[in-house]
Structure formats: C-alpha cells, structure tokens
Design a protein around this ligand. Structure first.
Ligand SMILES: *[C@@H]1O[C@H](CO)[C@@H](O)[C@H](O)[C@H]1NC(C)=O
Ligand SMILES: *[C@@H]1O[C@H](CO)[C@@H](O)[C@H](O)[C@H]1NC(C)=O
Ligand SMILES: *[C@@H]1O[C@H](CO)[C@@H](O)[C@H](O)[C@H]1NC(C)=O
Ligand SMILES: *[C@@H]1O[C@H](CO)[C@@H](O)[C@H](O)[C@H]1NC(C)=O
Length: 370
C-alpha cells in the first residue's frame, strides 16, 4: 500500500520539479533571446542598461547589427569618417549617442532621422565643417548637444528650430566668426552655451547676437567668454563688456545700404567690371574697374543724380542765355551798322541841301514869330 501510495506522490513531486525546471529553463531562454539580439562583434553590451559600447575599436563604419532596443551607443575614439544615412536607422529607443573623437566631416541630412528619443548627442572633436539645416529636426527631446572642436564656420539658419528642450550647447573651438540671433531664438530651454575659442569678428554682423546674449544672461543662462579676434581695437575683449554704443555706426551703414539697395545697378556693375578689364590689358592699365565700382554704386543715388540734374539745368539755362545774348548782340550789331549807314548817308546829303526838316521848322518858327 505504501509503495502504491508513494508512487503517485513521487510522480506529482517529480512533475512539480519538472515544471519548475522547465519554467526556469524557459525563463533563461527568454532572457537569452532578449539579450541575444546580437551584440555587435567586439563591442560590449550591457543588457540591463541597454548600453552598447563600441568605443576605441578603430572602427571605420558603424556596426550594422545594433540591437534595436539600444538606449546608449558609444562610438567615441574610432576612425569613423563618412557615415551612410542609414547608419542609425530604426534605433528609435536610442537616448545617448557619442561620436566624439572621430574623423566625421559631413553628416547626411537624415542620419539622425529615426532617433526620435535622442536626448544627448556628442559630436566633439571631429572635422565637421557644415551642418544641414534639417539634421536635428527629428529629435525634439534633445537636451545636450556638443559640437565643440570641429571646423564649423557658420550655422545654417533654422538648425535649432526643432529643439525646444535643448539645455546645453557647446560650440567651443570652431571657426565661427559671427552668429545669427534668429538661429538661437527657438532655444527656449537653453541654460548653458559655450562659444569660446572661435575667431569672433565683433562687427555689425555680431551686434544682434550680442543683444540676444544680453537677454540670455538676463534670463539666467550661463555663457562662457566670447573674446573678439577682430577688429584690432577689440582683440581679446569679451563681446559682452563691449559697450553697445560701439555699434552705433551699424545703423548708419544699414541706412546707407537700404538707400543703395533701392538702386538696382549693383550686379551689372560687378559683372561688367571684369569684362572691360580683360580686353585691354596692354593698352591702358587703368586701376578703375573693381575699386571704382562700389564707390560709384554708393554715391550714385544722391550726389551723382543731383549733379547730373544740375548739369542739365545749368546747360539749358546757359544755352538759353547764350542764345539770347547772341540774338541781342546780333540785333545790336545790325542796329548799330544800320544807324551808322543812315548817319553817313545823312551827312553826305547835308552839305547839298541841308536839313530839310530843320529848315521847315525854322521856317515854321519864323512864320509863327512873324
Ligand atoms: C528598419 O525597420 C524596417 C521595418 O521594421 C526594416 O524593413 C528595415 O530593414 C530596417 N532597417 C534597418 C537598417 O535595419
Ligand atoms: C521613447 O522614450 C519614452 C520615455 O522614455 C518611452 O516611453 C518610449 O517607448 C520611447 N520610444 C521608443 C520608440 O523607444
Ligand atoms: C581628437 O581626436 C583625435 C583622434 O581622433 C585625438 O588624437 C585627439 O587627442 C583628440 N583631441 C582632443 C582635444 O580630444
Ligand atoms: C551692406 O551691404 C553689403 C553688401 O551689399 C554687405 O556686405 C554689408 O554687410 C551690409 N552692411 C550692413 C551694415 O548691413
């Protein structure tokens, strides 16, 4: 009876154990499947933090088999130069992407197009010279963007239009000479801006950005030093302490520009100037064409027009006066010669018959007296 009774008990125990084992095995298998989506060759993958670390491997291309669930992708210290536009396709869970210390020079406009959850993008120490306006338009959650140590000479207007959440932005050590205020206005959450170590030209082109910087500081934003490189008088000075009065001349320039802008003959001047210079290189080496052109453009609207008007009016008046003088002179001459002739004829007649009128009058006078 014991044997009979212990039989089913053992069986149920075994069944329970079997079920537990199979459940654990299944769980392990599931975990393996979850973690397995292939860690790219020689990268380190952390299945808990969903971090893929492929840094310092001398990679020249982004591994193609990145797990779609990757949250952090580290590709710093590699040899990436040109990336295809699909390098980060489908990585919509990616939050942190580090591409620092590579040789990237250009980024396809849609390379970050799928990274809708991206919050941090590191592009420090590459060779990026230009950025596409639409490069960051699909990552509205971006909070940190590092573009320092690159070759950027200018930022396309609208580059930051889709980044209302950006908190920190670094543009240190580039080749920027000026910045456009409108590019920075969409950055409503910006708290830290680094712009140091650029060849800033503190002239009229930077004036509006100075206004923006003042507003940014007033709002509580932190900004590092923007030291002028040009003009000479301001070299080494921080743009923020240069008084606004230094830029009063800009509005005068703008006025001149706008009045010159009404006159269209700008382009023909620049187009025409090389043409006459080429046909007569040996004949007359006149240093006119290129240098005289912009001056003409600038003074044409006011003084030259006025001068031409004055010349025309003066010419017309002079002409009329001259004609009148000639007419008067001719009339005078003719009158004088006629009178002279008449007098001569009179004198010729006088000795023969005397003055007939005078005689008559004398006679009349005599008769009246008589
Ligand atoms: C991205 O996902 C789509 C569909 O999910 C797939 O057809 C495509 O091949 C994937 N692209 C890459 C580069 O993995
Ligand atoms: C993006 O992030 C949010 C919050 O972290 C998350 O709920 C969402 O699933 C993520 N989207 C993708 C495609 O992973
Ligand atoms: C920039 O990257 C190069 C290699 O990519 C490295 O040799 C250099 O030290 C880096 N410079 C800085 C300032 O990080
Ligand atoms: C005036 O116009 C010239 C060219 O048309 C331009 O280079 C310059 O920046 C303008 N100056 C101002 C103050 O707008």
């Amino acid at each position: 009876m014991l044997a009979r009774g212990s039989g089913p008990e053992q069986r149920t125990r075994l069944a329970v154990q079997w079920r537990q084992i199979s459940w654990i095995a299944c769980w392990i298998a599931l975990c393996a499947v979850e973690a397995l989506p292939a860690c790219p060759f020689s990268c380190k993958c952390d299945s808990r933090s969903l971090e893929v670390d492929c840094s310092g491997l001398g990679l020249t291309m982004v591994p193609p088999d990145l797990p779609a669930a990757t949250r952090t992708l580290l590709l710093l210290n590699n040899k990436l130069s040109a990336l295809p536009s699909w390098a980060f396709a489908n990585l919509s869970s990616l939050q942190r992407l580090d591409l620092s210390n590579n040789f990237l020079d250009q980024l396809p406009r849609s390379i970050f197009g799928d990274l809708t959850n991206l919050t941090e993008l590191q592009l420090r120490n590459n060779s990026i010279r230009t950025l596409d306006r639409d490069l960051l338009q699909h990552s509205p959650l971006l909070r940190h963007l590092d573009l320092s140590i690159n070759g950027l000479a200018q930022l396309p207007p609208g580059l930051f239009d889709g980044l209302p959440a950006l908190r920190s932005l670094s543009l240190r050590s580039n080749r920027l000479q000026n910045l456009d205020r409108l590019t920075f206005e969409p950055l409503a959450s910006l708290q830290l801006l680094q712009v140091g170590d650029n060849p800033w030209e503190c002239d009229c082109n930077l004036r509006d950005f100075k206004h923006w910087m003042e507003w940014f500081s007033y709002r509580g934003g932190r900004l590092d030093q923007l030291a002028c490189t040009l003009p000479k008088e301001l070299r080494g000075k921080d743009m923020r302490v240069v008084p606004m009065e230094m830029f009063n001349y800009c509005s005068q320039l703008e006025d001149e520009n706008s009045s010159a802008g009404l006159d269209i003959p700008g382009p023909p001047c620049t187009k025409a100037s090389p043409e006459p210079a080429k046909p007569k290189p040996g004949a007359e080496p006149e240093p006119e064409p290129s240098t005289a052109c912009p001056q003409k453009q600038r003074y044409r609207p006011v003084s030259v027009r006025r001068a031409i008007g004055t010349v025309i009016i003066a010419g017309v008046v002079c002409g009329i006066v001259c004609i009148m003088m000639v007419v008067a002179a001719a009339y005078g001459c003719i009158y004088a010669s006629l009178m002279a002739k008449y007098h001569r004829e009179l004198k010729k007649r006088q000795p023969l018959m005397g003055d007939p009128e005078g005689e008559h009058e004398d006679q009349k006078q005599i008769s009246s007296v008589a």
